[in-house]
Design a protein around this ligand. Structure first.
Ligand SMILES: C[S@@+](CC[C@H](N)C(=O)[O-])C[C@H]1O[C@@H](n2cnc3c(N)ncnc32)[C@H](O)[C@@H]1O
Length: 315
């Protein structure tokens, strides 16, 4: 179903009327802004996503001031030297009359801060996994509570979503522990697939999140030669590891150069082109932990005892 004013598509009439309700995403203001966006020369798809984010964020100021303030409280500051893309997006958004609640207009500082919050906090919900095709992002969302999770290149929790699952249109995300987490240990996610090599991880963390990662894994991998790095996430490299001593390696007590082999063998999905992370299904209603692991990308289920030879957990 297509909105006749801005030409945005909805999956059904119900979805369109929900979006058009007074407290939701498709208000008269956002419809006008989206129509204006169609006439504005936006250079590429990434800028278009960001322009859509700015419209959704500013619309939030009109429909729910507490939600907008919550968004503004998330990590991500305006830049002192805005990029040409930020200037371009600001020139678009400031050419739309501001929404209710922001009558004094949208400053360059606010545009820049909103874009930083988007970059540092948005979760990309992916289209369903297919072995023969690289997945692309299906939707972006900001989940302000989940935004508090910091990153670790060997995370102890991971995110599941079921956007195209049996319930349909389910935009919830679920964070599950990958293994038992010792008391007082921080719960961390990986902001991208765990099998990315050191250089790619550092680049993404520096460009999009503004920090240099010094986690245990990076401290080991920064000393690897480039060709070692290329092998890090590949199955051959992992399969060469002997499962019997991998607990010791995970604890860093081995002087080998792949102390995280245990994590890769046990918690990385080995399905072709998947790269997902495995975590146990939720506990049963009577509190019994599940021994079935689910992949957060392809959804494959596997019994814990089938994952490796020793079946032991170190935490
Ligand atoms: C989604 S937020 C995470 C929560 C944030 N630390 C907070 O207090 O609101 C992402 C930002 O947290 C910081 N961050 C996350 N993981 C980090 C890490 N391992 N080391 C340093 N900073 C990290 C970076 O500033 C990053 O841009």
């Amino acid at each position: 179903m297509t909105c006749p004013s801005c030409w945005i598509s909805f999956c059904s009439n119900g979805c369109a009327s929900l979006a058009a309700s007074s407290s939701s995403s498709h208000t008269p203001w956002s419809c006008r802004a989206l129509a204006h966006l169609r006439t504005f020369a936006v250079a590429d798809a990434d800028l278009l996503f960001q322009a859509n984010f700015l419209i959704a964020a500013l619309n939030l100021a009109a429909v729910s001031s507490p939600s907008f303030l919550r968004l503004m409280s998330l990590q991500g500051l305006s830049s002192e030297n805005p990029s040409p893309e930020t200037l371009n997006l600001h020139s678009f958004i400031s050419s739309v009359p501001p929404p209710k609640g922001l009558e004094c207009g949208v400053s360059l500082e606010m545009t820049s801060a909103l874009l930083a919050k988007d970059k540092q906090n948005a979760f990309g919900l992916m289209e369903p996994f297919r072995e023969d095709k690289e997945r692309s992002v299906r939707a972006y969302g900001i989940y302000p509570t989940a935004s508090f999770f910091n990153h670790d290149c060997l995370p102890n929790a991971c995110r599941f979503d079921y956007l195209d699952g049996p319930d349909g249109k389910n935009t919830d995300i679920i964070i599950r522990a990958i293994h038992d987490i010792p008391q007082e240990r921080e719960v961390c996610l990986s902001y991208f697939p765990v099998n990315w090599v050191y250089a790619d991880r550092q680049r993404r963390l520096s460009e999009d999140y503004g920090f240099v990662c010094k986690c245990d894994r990076c401290e080991v991998e920064k000393n690897w030669k480039d060709d070692d790095d290329d092998d890090a996430g590949e199955e051959e490299g992992m399969e060469e590891e002997d499962g019997d001593d991998s607990d010791e390696r995970m604890n860093g007590s081995d002087d080998g150069d792949f102390p995280h082999a245990y994590f890769f063998v046990r918690y990385l999905c080995d399905r072709e082109n998947c790269g997902g992370t495995l975590a146990p299904l939720p506990t049963s209603p009577d509190g019994m932990p599940s021994d079935v692991m689910e992949c957060n990308v392809c959804g494959r289920l596997r019994k814990e005892e089938d994952l490796d030879g020793d079946g032991a957990e170190d935490n």
